[in-house]
Design a binder for this molecule. Structure first.
Ligand code: ZN
Length: 271
């Protein structure tokens, strides 16, 4: 998490230096603000041969070019990609640490173990969701209500917003994604100590989902059996219950937040 933090702090400092103090932050506006006579920065959309590449950044000592894949349909994804590439320009190309980047979904996903990619992801999330500005609008608690408010305000996806808030919040939590009941992937904080089941949703789990087409994003959680979601044994600890909150989105996607606290842990006795 240290590299992500470095990136986020760098982005927050840049916003402050440039005087950006309201949401949403528009990556195009940042590019114009850092495009100087002695160092040109240009960002444009381009059709790439491969859809695996989302964004590129190349540069030398005179300037930098950012290319975004014109086929990215999701506006949140496009924005995050732009912010990620601006991170490469400002943290790597300008200091001449590395001059060329091609970033695909592998570089954007969490476990990818490359410090410069982690820094660029941290930069993107700090740029689009700077702590001081989002705190003005929300308590930034980990629940779907706060996540949706900030995601809307910043033009970031729900997943990117969860990642940002879970990082600021520090309590153990995870977000699990299913589509049509099938497990897709999860993201979890580093202090989430339990293995998440990669199994299809049960009928009971589906019945708890709030359809956000019809109902507001929930701010509360259900208390359910821990074994519904995770292997409840880890590091000498047993979880009896876990807090879950599931929302149903379009295309059959369900997103579930999981968290736990001391009340969920079974007391161990020494005999
Ligand atoms: Zn990258």
């Amino acid at each position: 998490m240290i590299e992500e933090q470095k990136g986020a702090t760098e982005a927050e400092n840049l916003l402050e230096d440039l005087g950006f103090d309201s949401l949403p932050i528009c990556p195009k506006g940042i590019v114009s603000a850092i495009n100087y006579d002695d160092f040109n920065v240009v960002m444009e959309e381009q059709s790439f041969d491969s859809d695996k590449i989302l964004g590129k950044a190349v540069g030398n000592d005179k300037g930098a070019l950012i290319y975004l894949n014109a086929n990215i349909l999701d506006p949140g994804r496009m924005k995050f990609t732009a912010a990620h590439e601006i991170g490469h320009v400002s943290m790597h190309i300008i200091p001449q640490l590395k001059m060329s980047f091609e970033c695909g979904s592998k570089e954007f996903s969490n476990p990818f173990n490359d410090p410069v990619e982690k820094q660029a992801n941290g930069f993107a999330s700090g740029l689009l969701m700077p702590r001081s500005l989002i705190k003005k609008h929300s308590d930034c608690d980990i629940n779907w209500c706060d996540i949706s408010v900030i995601s809307e305000l910043c033009g970031a996806s729900l997943e990117a917003t969860y990642r940002r808030l879970s990082f600021l919040e520090k309590a153990p939590s995870a977000m699990v994604i299913h589509q049509n009941g099938k497990f897709r992937r999860f993201v979890a904080t580093e202090n989430f100590d339990f293995f998440i089941d990669q199994t299809p949703l049960s009928g009971h789990q589906k019945s708890l989902a709030v359809d956000v087409k019809d109902d507001p994003y929930p701010s509360d959680f259900d208390t359910v059996d821990a074994s519904d979601w995770i292997n409840p044994y880890s590091k000498g600890m047993t979880l009896e219950s876990i807090y879950s909150s599931t929302i149903l989105l379009k295309d059959g996607f369900t997103y579930t937040l999981l968290s736990y606290d001391d009340d969920c842990i079974v007391e161990e006795f020494d005999y």
